[in-house]
Write a protein that binds this ligand. Structure first.
Ligand code: DC
Length: 212
């Protein structure tokens, strides 16, 4: 179903690293014609500037969209640094309005991250929490990094991933947690196609509820 001009349908997709939320979010946004924002990129962009010596709060306040296209943002080093700067309340506050405005796009919007259903869009029309066992997620991330030419071992990927989960879940400000009204998709034993199918079906049901 194409997006309607007057529609303002918001889908919040949260979950831990490498659970498959980005894939699900892109599929749903393409299928329904909704705009898509990977909010992790905002924190990664701030982290990349911080690694170059910039103050994280100033980097968040001055963030320009050009930076989001930087291909280095996908590295493990930037991911770990992103999880650290994400614990700074002033960084989160500086990125809040951009995300909020994005969610109000006419035609519908999909945002994925850690706090979309709980802090950025608590009134989202549909909330999905995409998760998977940490060993499964580490294996996926390991294979992805290896395909991209990184020399890294699985144990290190698993340790980093668990540390990042712990940091994302334990921070004071907007920690990673499923919203009470989120629908859980556990992708541990699902193929990419099955995860996508589930998300598309849940979105269709939410749209039918709202518009029929
Ligand atoms: O989704 P990702 O792996 O690109 O996110 C990188 C880090 O950014 C993640 O470890 C925590 C932080 N993040 C956040 O705190 N809130 C979000 N909405 C998205 C990401």
């Amino acid at each position: 179903m194409p997006a309607r001009d007057n529609m303002c349908f918001v889908i919040a997709i949260d979950g831990p690293a490498a659970a498959g939320k980005g894939t699900v979010a892109k599929t749903v946004s393409n299928h329904f014609g909704f705009a898509y924002l990977d909010t992790g990129l905002l924190y990664r962009a701030v982290a990349a500037k911080t690694l170059l010596g910039e103050d994280p709060v100033k980097a968040a306040e001055r963030l320009d969209l050009e930076t989001l296209n930087n291909s280095n943002l996908r590295s493990a080093e930037v991911a770990n640094a992103a999880s650290k700067v994400a614990g700074i309340p002033e960084v989160r506050a500086a990125l809040f309005h951009f995300q909020k405005r994005f969610a109000q796009r006419p035609g519908g919007a999909v945002l994925d991250g850690r706090d979309i259903g709980t802090a950025i869009c608590p009134d989202a029309d549909l909330k999905l929490f995409v998760t998977a066992a940490s060993e499964v997620r580490a294996k996926r991330r390991f294979e992805e990094l290896r395909e991209n030419g990184a020399f890294i071992d699985y144990e290190k990927v698993l340790t980093d991933l668990k540390a990042r989960d712990a940091r994302d879940m334990s921070r004071q400000d907007a920690p990673l947690v499923a919203a009470n009204d989120a629908k859980i998709i556990d992708t541990s034993d699902l193929t990419i196609e099955q995860s996508n199918e589930r998300a598309v079906k849940l979105t269709q049901m939410a749209l039918d509820d709202l518009y029929q």
